[in-house]
Design a protein around this ligand. Structure first.
Ligand SMILES: [Zn+2]
Length: 474
């Protein structure tokens, strides 16, 4: 919703049909999410008007209150999962759990950590609290960063709550809260659950940003208050620096890929607006978001976050408990990322009482490079894999995508059954998507293998560039 109006109404023929076409072609590739219905938009709008005040205040609650809130949520979540979800019933029975035995966080932290592999090893019906809902629930099936497909089921309430948390983050990133008639400009392969809420809080989405995208002109016409993007696109956005400033953009938010404080500071200075990062995942939703002071504050009304097995520098595995997904509970879920708990001993100057993390070192996939050494974000490649290989298929167990040269990409797969359509057609689709991202024809060669070749130190990576190793220019 909204994109047609923007292109036809604001980006009219006066601007030149050529440029219009470039934007329209890109914007048309955005699919509508199944959640993006009139009915759910309405519910979400209603909830926002009821809850936004209280959700804003939550961030400034006393630490002890936040912890109390989380403990009650966790107690209910664990007890319901034990009663109604076979996966957790078996797991917790085996370690001697009894209903009511979680009185404090240290009790909870004795429960076993679960992984994607672990959850994937059981039938989807055994990891939800109502097997009848598996076929009708909202699903997201993604590759994640490990190259192993995984499906998460969630109900409408969870989808709405996740969206409200996104809106709260947007609001707190701006000088004054998000207004009904504001536009959010998404340069991102993945859109929000809702493209607008009955025409309010609208988003405009381009799935990729290409060197010839007339971004600056469009920003000046649309005048969004926020840009949401991948860190990989910051160098391209910088080319539209004047338009960013003149259009009234107040902040740029990044997610989906790792970026460093130094990188974001550089672009923040160069563009004259804050560049704030969000740490989130398809499985959990928002995990932590950066405040104006640069701290990553954990979204403590959405997730209970632990850093376990920390090394001497404080880096450890991110283990998350989603406090709101009751349909498919993710309890002490090892995220596969590494992060460092904040050493901050005093209250953050922004006033937020939620706990914080210093640095996130997960998801460090390689970016692909075009023959002109322009970065093709790993998140965009992963999105192509998700759309073409993962979402429609249940028989793909593992994959790796390797850039062999400026024109050649190798796709390694491990299928445990027939793919959903002819492999040659899948490879064709993938080739087309990559060619679009690179801006010139890319050849994809495919191999189905039982065992993946060992990689030096990158065992977990599924996007690998073996070409132009030292060519990355940021
Ligand atoms: Zn802060």
């Amino acid at each position: 919703m909204g994109k047609f109006y923007v292109l036809e109404g604001l980006y009219g023929p006066r601007q030149g049909i050529g440029k219009l076409k470039v934007l329209k072609e890109l914007a048309d590739r955005v699919g509508r999410r199944s959640t993006d219905s009139y009915d759910l938009q309405g519910k979400c709008l209603d909830e926002w008007s009821k809850k936004s005040g209280g959700m804003g205040e939550f961030l400034f609650r006393r630490s002890a209150d936040i912890k109390k809130y989380q403990l009650i949520k966790i107690q209910n979540l664990v007890s319901n999962a034990f009663k109604n979800v076979p996966f957790y019933h078996d797991l917790y029975s085996a370690c001697g759990y009894e209903v009511g035995c979680i009185e404090k966080f240290s009790d909870f932290e004795r429960l076993p950590v679960v992984t994607k592999d672990h959850l994937n090893s059981v039938d989807p019906r055994d990891r939800v609290n109502d097997p009848d809902l598996v076929d009708i629930a909202n699903t997201s099936r993604t590759s994640g960063s490990s190259g192993k497909p995984f499906t998460v089921y969630s109900d409408d309430d969870d989808i709405i709550l996740d969206h409200l948390q996104v809106m709260r983050f947007y609001s707190t990133s701006l000088k004054r809260p998000l207004q009904e008639n504001d536009w959010v400009y998404m340069l991102h392969h993945s859109g929000l659950a809702f493209s607008s809420l009955h025409g309010k809080y609208r988003t405009f989405q381009l799935p990729d940003l290409l060197p010839d995208t007339p971004l600056g002109e469009h920003l000046l016409l649309l005048r969004p208050r926020l840009i949401v993007t991948l860190p990989s696109y910051l160098p391209l956005i910088l080319k539209h620096k004047v338009a960013v400033k003149m259009s009234g953009v107040e902040a740029i938010l990044t997610n989906s890929e790792s970026s460093t404080h130094a990188e974001r500071n550089y672009y923040s200075m160069a563009l004259g607006v804050p560049v704030l990062d969000e740490y989130s995942s398809e499985e959990i939703g928002m995990i932590a978001t950066q405040c104006a002071q640069g701290q990553y504050h954990v979204i403590e009304d959405g997730v209970y976050l632990e850093i376990v097995d920390a090394d001497t520098h404080g880096f450890g595995s991110v283990v998350c408990t989603d406090l709101n997904n009751e349909l498919m509970p993710l309890i002490r879920f090892d995220h596969g990322d590494v992060a460092k708990k904040s050493s901050l001993s005093t209250l953050c100057a922004c006033g937020c009482m939620c706990s914080s993390i210093d640095e996130i070192n997960g998801r460090r996939d390689d970016a692909f490079l075009t023959r002109d050494h322009v970065v093709v974000p790993s998140a965009s490649v992963l999105a192509a894999v998700d759309d073409i290989l993962i979402t429609p298929d249940r028989t793909l167990r593992k994959f790796r995508v390797v850039q062999k040269s400026s024109e050649l990409v190798e796709l390694l797969t491990h299928y445990v059954g027939q793919p959903y359509k002819k492999m040659a057609d899948i490879v064709d689709d993938f080739e087309q998507r990559l060619s679009c991202l690179f801006g010139y024809p890319i050849q994809v060669v495919h191999r189905d293998v039982d065992v993946f070749p060992m990689q030096k130190s990158y065992k977990r990576r599924c996007i690998v560039r073996e070409w132009g190793v030292n060519a990355l220019c940021h």
